[in-house]
Design a protein around this ligand. Structure first.
Ligand code: TYC
Length: 105
């Protein structure tokens, strides 16, 4: 009679799954050169990347021996800002000190 049309037992999903992805992280890389004093590189690493003397020395000496060293990873904006500030600190003293950034895989 009245009740012959039944409610469907299954429903189509209408809401999209919220797809939240973490932002890709970017590496800050310290590049070796022949002119910037070791102590200055270590000082910049401590100041800009909040490293201890030990951590900063290890990163500096790794770049010195191998040519480059990953300093840390950040979101893209933070990585680029820190790399620029650290590079500028060297430039202000006339040193060719260079920090670059690259995205992580
Ligand atoms: N190679 C430099 C020197 O012998 C020191 C140095 C280390 C410079 C690491 C840059 O990223 C660097 N004075």
């Amino acid at each position: 009679m009245n009740n012959t049309v039944t409610t469907p037992k299954t429903r189509t999903k209408t809401k999209a799954e919220p797809k939240v992805e973490r932002p890709r992280l970017h590496k800050v890389i310290l590049i070796n050169d022949d002119y910037t004093p070791r102590e200055f590189v270590t000082m910049v690493l401590k100041a800009e990347f909040r490293m201890t003397e030990d951590q900063a020395y290890k990163v500096m000496i790794t770049a010195h021996k191998l040519g480059s060293c990953v300093v840390a990873v950040f979101t893209r904006d933070v990585a680029e800002t820190k790399a620029t500030r650290a590079t500028d600190a060297g430039r202000a003293k006339g040193y060719p000190l260079l920090f670059t950034t690259e995205p992580e895989e």
